[in-house]
Ligand binder design. Structure first.
Ligand code: TUI
Length: 315
């Protein structure tokens, strides 16, 4: 047991939420994480809503534990999906890439726990006022669409500004990361990159191998001029983006290059011309494991780290 307000709120065993990776996080990954004691999350981004509905129903067949659906608010399906989670009685919703304020009353009325991703103190405070049950602070170390502030700086500042539980995301891949975040005031962590290489994760094998092969400096951020920066593993695509950025090309050419890029890598396995979104912690991820092995290892390492650091420095 590692009990926090988050585990009590969600009725889960461990304070670990699986990152909602678009095109990747399906019923297989979500149910495996939930069955292992964390909170599995189905990615809603970019998928037709009927496909998401199917994944929700499959997840319910595969686990009797709580799980979440993530709604990416920049996605075209956001409005429709916001209603589907109510119809399907999804226990928890996480959101990203925007302000979910207008949906919160409807979700709360349906008994759904609401946990938005926030990249700043200001949005965290607004989400608490709007009725969010917890917030996820996502540092710029994370993979995919990111904010500007690091986990180390964002987490304690958000912690000091809200009373609801704060969950840390961005840069966490093992038990040391979990225990460090607990030290900074988090009551849980969200982990994406490490779950990319889970046996139960249906991302293309080439994508898994790219993550496993990557070192500390192998991710880069592209798309800053568009206002939607994305972190992914360096490849031919990121180099092409960087050329566009240097030549001050029009925003449309970024959009043209980015269209379909994540599916190209995640589904088709084209890890050179596709977008291999992953966080800076990818360099730490070295092997494929089951979700249960990943979660058990993280929890055991967190216990050990917390104990050892106390024995070492507290006299
Ligand atoms: O959403 C993410 N990460 C993502 S979404 C995604 S899907 C995608 N597909 C194709 C191209 C690009 C992306 C991949 N990775 N993380 C959560 C997150 N939310 N990061 C940053 C934010 C955020 C940003 C601004 C949350 C709220 C926000 O609010 C602005 C406002 O309206 O106040």
């Amino acid at each position: 047991m590692l009990e926090t307000r988050l585990t009590k709120l969600l009725k889960i065993k461990y304070p670990i939420i699986q990152g909602a990776m678009a095109w990747i996080a399906d019923s297989s990954l979500a149910s495996s994480v939930s069955n292992a004691g964390g909170l599995g999350v189905i990615a809603g981004a970019n998928a037709p809503v009927e496909k998401v509905r199917e994944e929700i129903r499959k997840t319910k067949m595969l686990t009797d534990k709580p799980f979440a659906v993530n709604i990416m608010l920049m996605s075209e399906n956001a409005e429709e999906l916001a209603r589907v989670v109510v119809e399907e009685k999804v226990p928890v919703v996480t959101t990203g890439a925007g302000n979910p304020g207008k949906y919160i009353p409807m979700w709360k009325a349906a008994g759904i726990k609401v946990i938005p991703v926030v990249p700043s103190v200001a949005l965290a405070v607004r989400m608490e006022r709007a009725g969010a049950d917890a917030v996820i602070t996502e540092g710029t170390e994370a993979g995919g669409h990111i904010g500007e502030i690091t986990t180390l700086c964002l987490l304690p500042q958000v912690k000091d500004s809200v009373n609801i539980p704060v969950i840390a995301a961005g840069g966490i891949g093992d038990g040391r990361g979990l225990s460090a975040c607990l030290m900074l005031g988090a009551e849980g962590v969200q982990i994406g990159t490490r779950f990319l290489v889970a046996h139960e994760c249906n991302v293309h094998e080439n994508y898994k191998q790219k993550v496993i092969a990557s070192k500390d400096i192998d991710t880069s951020v592209t798309g800053r001029p568009t206002g939607h920066p994305v972190r992914s593993i360096r490849n031919k695509l990121t180099r092409r983006f960087q050329e566009l950025e240097k030549s001050c090309e029009a925003i449309e050419s970024f959009e043209e290059l980015g269209r379909g890029a994540l599916a190209r890598a995640a589904v088709q396995g084209d890890v050179e011309y596709g977008s291999v979104m992953a966080g800076q912690i990818a360099g730490l991820v070295s092997k494929e494991q089951s979700c249960r092995e990943i979660i058990d290892e993280i929890i055991q390492e967190a216990y050990r780290t917390l104990r050892e650091i106390t024995l070492k420095y507290m006299r």
